[in-house]
Design a protein around this ligand. Structure first.
Ligand SMILES: Nc1ncnc2c1ncn2[C@@H]1O[C@H](COP(=O)(O)OP(=O)(O)OP(=O)(O)O)[C@@H](O)[C@H]1O
Ligand SMILES: [Mg+2]
Length: 317
């Protein structure tokens, strides 16, 4: 046991996926279909890792391989240094499935109590832990209501609470923001950041790129069963050349064309004004040119590259 703990504690790569291939046969006698084509990536200790990609890219399939729910056709996957087919490390892992199903006749508190028992939380610690989690996911008031009466977002919240009940070190969340209203999304974002501050490792599949951008340290992008990018969010955003939007007023069409050409920019009309987008290094030249003519500079804004725009260009190839 002591050596096992050492292995788990010393493992800097909490999740390691190497060359995972997954083939399925969609039906009897049908040709096999390749869902994952040699997926490799790793998740480091203490980070929030975003696994993103379009619908049908293979995110949930990868997560199912990691959870040992399906086996890989080829390749290997380890969590805390253990092959995912083993069981001992599972006490350190929490999991929110993509479509969680819970017994609807239980109340939120009863459900969490059931999972606390199932995952070995000591009896004396259960009540406080349940209340803490109901508070974190904003369900204190609905704790005694049966799940049958829960909305989609409430079920999602109780699912997240369930994944955290035994205070796991590594948490896997398949679309944690799914079905949540903006207040709920913020609560879950804050909860994930809180987990990170406690030194936990969080792996999340998500479509909501603004959330991924604000909370994830690193991301991997999967498209059609292949990893297209793995790295830090800031590096990913930094791949695109920075540009600046300069809004002008009182300049003739001819002048606009000239300015855009000289400063290697593009232009468009914006509510009766003209916006010229130029590479960062051309801003000075553009402003100098403006001083020489009668026009007015309304604003100069560095163009913020969003994860969404970089993601779209990565996915579209
Ligand atoms: N058991 C199966 N039999 C046949 N095809 C499958 C099976 N499981 C998954 N697939 C296919 O594999 C592909 C990947 O599915 P997966 O659920 O992993 O995608 P995803 O990235 O999670 O998508 P989403 O964003 O919609 O949740 C899809 O084309 C899906 O139809
Ligand atoms: Mg999915």
């Amino acid at each position: 046991m002591a050596t096992e703990q050492t292995l788990e504690e010393s493992c800097e790569e909490v999740v390691r996926v190497e060359g995972v291939v997954k083939d399925v046969r969609p039906g009897f006698g049908l040709v096999k279909k390749r869902i994952l084509s040699g997926v490799s990536f790793s998740v480091r200790r203490g980070e929030v890792f975003g696994f993103i990609g379009p619908n049908g890219a293979g995110k949930t399939t990868t997560l199912k391989v990691l959870m040992g729910l399906i086996s890989a056709t080829e390749g290997s996957a380890t969590i805390l240094g253990h092959d995912v087919s083993e069981d001992e490390f599972r006490q350190h892992v929490g999991y929110l499935p993509e479509h969680p199903y819970f017994y609807e006749f239980l109340t939120g508190r009863e459900l969490l109590s059931f999972y606390a028992k199932l995952s070995g939380v000591p009896r004396a610690k259960r009540p406080a832990r349940i209340e803490e989690l109901l508070h974190w996911v904003g369900l204190e008031a609905a704790g005694d209501q049966r799940l049958r009466g829960y909305s989609k977002g409430m079920k999602q919240r109780v699912g997240i609470a369930q994944a955290l009940i035994h205070d796991p070190n590594v948490i896997f969340l398949d679309e944690p923001m799914s079905g949540l209203d903006p207040v709920g999304r913020r609560a879950i974002r804050n909860l994930i950041l809180r987990l990170r501050s406690e030194g936990k490792t969080v792996f999340m599949n998500s479509h909501i790129l603004s959330d991924v951008e604000s909370i994830c340290d690193r991301v991997a992008i999967i498209v059609e069963g292949e990893i297209r990018y793995e790295g830090s969010v800031s590096e990913f955003l930094g791949q695109t050349e920075h540009s600046t939007d300069v809004v002008l007023e009182g300049v003739s069409q001819e002048m606009v064309h000239q300015l855009a050409e000289q400063c290697q920019g593009t232009h468009r009309e914006l509510k009766g004004r003209i916006e010229i987008r130029v590479p960062e290094k051309q801003v000075r030249l553009l402003l100098q040119k403006m001083l020489e003519c009668d026009g007015e500079v309304i604003s100069v804004n560095p163009h913020r590259v969003s994860l969404e725009s970089v993601f779209m260009s990565t996915v579209e190839g």
